[in-house]
Design a protein. Structure first.
Length: 234
């Protein structure tokens, strides 16, 4: 995998997409931003490139000639034992289709039509997660999240979190160098499923109460009109 600092991703992307216009749009978009972008228009070629190349992220269409995206993804995970993050693109938006994609080994799922900037944001997030995957824990100031046991502590004091605030905390800790938008958090936690407008606010409030209220310095900051960021402010 390409060496990089924990800032913006600049690496090698493999686009496997049979629609030539979409494929070239993605290749040009990533190339213009300093990445190396390889491309395949069918499943067999895509499987060969994915298995033999050194890519940082794979963008994979579900409907491909030769081998479809589900089977290609499954072979990469179970036969080739590839751990490269995979973003699956598809026009199918049913829950069953998404679950099938995740079951095959996809890391994220984006429904067509999509915005290029959202593809870019998803790729950035997958890349950062892959960099952190070999770490035993995440740390921001005196706040620690053990990635193996999912135990949270601050200043040595254990903190109990329910599943959704815990998931939000992990995303914020992985991206503590920047502001994470409300849309990113909602997408990470709930995917494309709509949630009540106050749900995120409720979970953020619970997270803030757990990690900030008992302590002198706050870590969870609201960036009004944008999202949230986790950093130490004195």
């Amino acid at each position: 995998m390409t060496d990089a600092s924990p800032g913006e991703f600049h690496g090698r992307v493999l686009v496997i997409e049979d629609n030539t216009d979409i494929a070239m749009l993605l290749v040009d978009f990533f190339t213009e931003r300093g990445h190396v972008a390889d491309c395949a228009h069918d499943g067999l070629t895509g499987l060969h490139l994915a298995a033999t190349g050194e890519h940082d992220v794979i963008i994979l269409d579900l409907a491909l000639p030769g081998i479809d995206g589900i089977e290609l993804c499954r072979q990469l995970r179970s036969v080739k034992h590839t751990t490269v993050p995979i973003l699956m693109l598809t026009a199918r938006d049913s829950l069953d289709d998404k679950l099938t994609g995740f079951d095959a080994g996809a890391d994220d799922y984006l429904v067509k039509p999509f915005e290029l900037l959202e593809v870019y944001a998803r790729v950035q997030a997958l890349w950062r997660r892959s960099l952190l995957s070999n770490r035993a824990s995440l740390e921001v100031a005196d706040l620690t999240l053990n990635l193996e046991t999912l135990e949270v502590s601050r200043g040595g004091q254990p903190i109990r979190l329910k599943p959704v605030p815990l998931k939000i905390l992990r995303l914020l800790m992985e991206n503590s160098h920047r502001v994470v938008t409300r849309r990113e958090i909602e997408s990470f936690v709930w995917g494309d499923d709509l949630t009540e407008s106050d749900s995120l606010r409720t979970h953020i409030s619970a997270l803030r109460t757990a990690i900030d209220k008992p302590f002198e310095h706050k870590l969870l900051h609201t960036m009004h009109g944008v999202g949230y960021r986790l950093y130490e402010s004195r």
